[in-house]
Every structure is written in C-alpha cells, then in structure tokens.
Design a protein around this ligand. Sequence first.
Ligand code: G3P
Length: 226
Amino acid sequence: MERDILTIIVLNFKTYKEATGEAALRLAQTCDDVAKEFSAEIAVAPQIVDIHPVAEVVDIPIYSQHVDGAGYGSFTGYVTAASIKAAGATGSLLNHSERRLKLADIGAGITACRGFDLKTIVCTNDVATTRAAAALKPDYVAVEPPELIGSGIPVSKADPEVVRGSVAAVKKIETGVGVLCGAGITHGEDLKAAVGLGSDGVLLASGIVKAKDQRKALEDLIGGLR
Ligand code: G3P
C-alpha cells in the first residue's frame, strides 16, 4: 500500500506547565494560527483533560498523549478511544518513551482507535522496536532515542542512522506506515535534516513548549519545510 504522506509536525505538550490548562489553549491556538498562515501540517498532543477545551478553539488535528485498548464497561482509570474521540481528538500517541506499553497493549490500542476512526502514532526507541511497531500497522511510527529527549540535541544530527534505519525497516514491512522522528528537534534545519533522512515529519516538545517566544520558535521550525 503506497500513500502520499505530507510532512507533519506533532507538538507534544507533555505535562509542561507552559502547556497545561489555559497555557495549553494559548499554545494550541498559536499552532492553529501558524498552521493556517503558512499552510503547514501541525498537530498538537495536549494532556488528556485538555483535549476537549483545546478542540473547542482549534481546527488542527489533536492527538491524545496515550490511549488504552479498553472498551466501554467495567474498566477503571483507563483512557478509551471512545472518550478521546468524544472529547475531540483525531488520534493518539501510543507507547511514548515516558509512557511505555507492552506490545499486546499497543496492538489493542491501535485496534480500539481504528474502531473510532482515530489516527495512531506509535513511538519507538530504536530500529528493532520500529520494526515491531510497524508490523502492527499504525498510521505512523515515531522513533525517538530516549537519551536525546529534552536534550536540545537533534536526533536528525546526533543519530541519523536510527532515522534512516527506521525508514528502511518500515518500507520493508508496510509502506503505508509513515515514519516520524523526534528528540531534540528544535530548529528549521533539524526538521529539514529529518526530512532529508526520509522522515515524514517530526514529533517534538521542549524546543517549542519551553521557548520564550513559542510562536517565533514554531515559525523557525517550519522554515525547515521551505
Ligand atoms: O514526544 C516528543 C518528545 O519525546 C521529544 O521531546 O523535548 O526532545 O522535543 P523533545
């Protein structure tokens, strides 16, 4: 299955104070403005309780930071695909390095999301886990070496082989799966380098969320698309 994948930028709000509650709304609005002004594909991943208020004010795609495979019924403390869909999410991250899951749980989460027409981005930490994740046929895998997360050192420069290797591994298994990369991505040149390695986009957080001027940082980043 071949498909035409646009370069996407997914901004993970994590639990940063600068992207929680009211600040999440402001940052999501900034992303929405910049996406519209520059015709860029920007998606946001706010905390789960912020999905609904964010969905009220933006048109860009919204990813949950996590989802479980549980359905309706006797499950306590789970995040269901039904609930994130109802809140306004268009997809979910799964298996983020800061929220690891077992392979079977990733599979169940992907299946649950498919049932609600939600996109899935499965995070991986190396080529081998990328290969395993791609076999589950999510919409995207996002490879992020944990040691570079939050470091400001871009994976596209520090570890180009993990990106190239992930792209090659996914192509061999299922060409309909997109490949993102993340960790330390901040500037336009980091995004450009990621795309040059065959990546379909980036998953990032601190470079934008923690920036003094979030809009300016976002504009710098998307400069890498030109
Ligand atoms: O989910 C994105 C992430 O883990 C990378 O974080 O702060 O290095 O962009 P950061």
